[in-house]
Design a protein around this ligand. Structure first.
Ligand SMILES: [Zn+2]
Length: 452
């Protein structure tokens, strides 16, 4: 029982404690593979919590979500969505829309069986060092799955031995932790066992298997790493093995590289540079100061030179000027040199000038200047818009092209498309999503969690 004054945070305390413990138990019940993706909460500082099932406790939320609000606003489900897309999403080529083909474990097996007969092979599955924070849980998990050895920082140990030697100090932490999946000697007829083991190794890590090899007659062991992923055989376009981080705009792995996951970008808006298009060039159509700003595209002599080059009148209203000229004025002449009569120190001289464009100069100055006042001045011509690379969808295009809920025919939904659905529709769609049999145990609870 929790007692205290009204508003003192009783339910929050109770809730957070239960949430932390509930999530910890849920995470423990997941496979090693799924677990490494979840940020585990610290074990709450209590002696025991009884009667709590290993389920996900959902955070306290306002009563009754509006059924017409879209999924994107229900932020608490994003963690589960990212796991879902990483687990069963099918990557497509963003250019052609074709589904990518998985690079198969059979390719790994083929490469290994090409070694000489008698080669000793230790097949290993790398683990994220983060999973080792709760080493007793990891050891229990490995033993339950029948693994007896691991390799930590290159040393082979029985799992119990590894647990005993596990460093308690952060700075002594092991850098590499691998599960020994199989040890075998290469000879005729070993292929199917090797194939099973490679598959197991790839399932544990989800992306990588390591084979440590000793060629007959050699003292040396050599490590070979096999990464799997997806590939378009026609174009060679590749996507790595999917992880939930690839669907997070907070992670550099997933975020659109141009807007860094913000979804928007700042740009110099031509409508702010020329707010009144009934004015002429000579009548002050361009709002930027004519003086100062050395070599800037908006300086009077340069604008006049460009107008002359295009045969454009300085007295005509701006909206009557040809589009070609307007484009060049804002975005430059594309590297082409234009002869211009420039003024400097009371003298005029003819120069061939690459006209960079007013908007390009404003953007560059805004980003690069160290002067607060110049930045403020340029900022008056800047506006925000959707990022042109991701159209505001915040993720890299290859991960936006990962679809769930189809058989590779392009009819599934990307994570952004799913998030744009109204909540009810999204729930119905999710319920009919096909889950591959081998992922059913891990993925079904996640689907149920999202549907709640
Ligand atoms: Zn972007």
């Amino acid at each position: 029982m929790v007692t205290g004054l009204s508003g003192s945070g009783k339910s929050s305390l109770a809730f957070h404690t239960l949430y932390a413990e509930g999530q910890r138990r849920y995470v423990e019940s997941l496979s090693t593979y799924a677990r490494q993706f979840l940020d585990q909460l610290d074990k709450p500082e209590v002696d025991a919590i009884e009667g709590l099932s290993p389920a996900i406790a959902i955070e306290q939320r306002g009563a009754g979500a509006n059924p017409r609000s879209i999924i994107a606003t229900a932020t608490e489900i994003h963690d589960y969505l990212r796991i879902l897309f990483a687990a069963i999403g099918i990557p497509h080529d963003p250019e052609t829309g074709e589904p990518l083909e998985r690079m198969m474990p059979v390719d790994v097996v083929k490469s290994l069986t090409e070694r000489p007969n008698g080669t000793k092979i230790i097949l290993l599955a790398p683990l994220d060092p983060g999973v080792a924070e709760d080493i007793p849980a990891l050891v229990r998990d490995l033993q339950r799955q029948g693994f007896v050895r691991m390799r930590v920082d290159g040393i082979l140990l029985e799992v119990e031995e590894a647990e005993k030697r596990w460093p308690t100090e952060e700075k002594e932490r092991f850098d590499t932790i691998e599960v020994v999946v199989d040890r075998l000697v290469l000879r005729e007829g070993v292929e199917s066992r090797l194939a099973d083991s490679v598959e197991t190794a790839l399932q544990i890590c989800g992306a990588e298997a390591v084979a440590s090899l000793q060629i007959p007659g050699s003292e040396e062991w050599e490590d070979i790493s096999f990464l799997t992923g997806f590939r378009n055989p026609k174009t060679g376009f590749e996507v790595p093995e999917l992880t939930p981080r690839h669907f997070s705009f907070n992670s550099p792995k997933g975020a659109c590289p141009d807007c860094h996951g913000l979804g928007s970008e700042q740009f110099c808006d031509p409508d702010l540079v020329v707010p009144d298009r009934t004015k002429s060039l000579q009548g002050g159509a361009i709002k930027l100061p004519k003086k100062g700003g050395r070599e800037m595209s908006w300086k009077q002599d340069r604008v006049a030179g460009l107008a002359e080059h295009f045969g454009v009148s300085g007295e005509a209203p701006f909206h009557d000027l040809p589009e070609e000229f307007q484009n060049a004025l804002f975005y430059g002449t594309g590297g082409m040199e234009v002869p211009m009569l420039l003024q400097s120190g009371g003298r005029s001289f003819l120069r061939n000038v690459v006209f960079r464009g007013i908007c390009r100069d404003v953007e560059r100055l805004y980003e690069e200047t160290s002067s607060e006042s110049v930045r403020g001045q340029m900022g008056r011509f800047m506006a925000a818009r959707n990022c042109q690379s991701c159209q505001g969808r915040r993720l890299r295009e290859e991960f936006l092209a990962v679809k769930v809920g189809n058989d590779g025919d392009g009819s599934g939904l990307g994570i952004d498309e799913f998030c744009a659905l109204p909540i009810e529709e999204g729930g119905e769609w999710l319920e009919q999503v096909k889950i591959p049999d081998d992922r059913e145990g891990t993925v079904r609870p996640i689907v149920e969690e999202i549907c709640r």
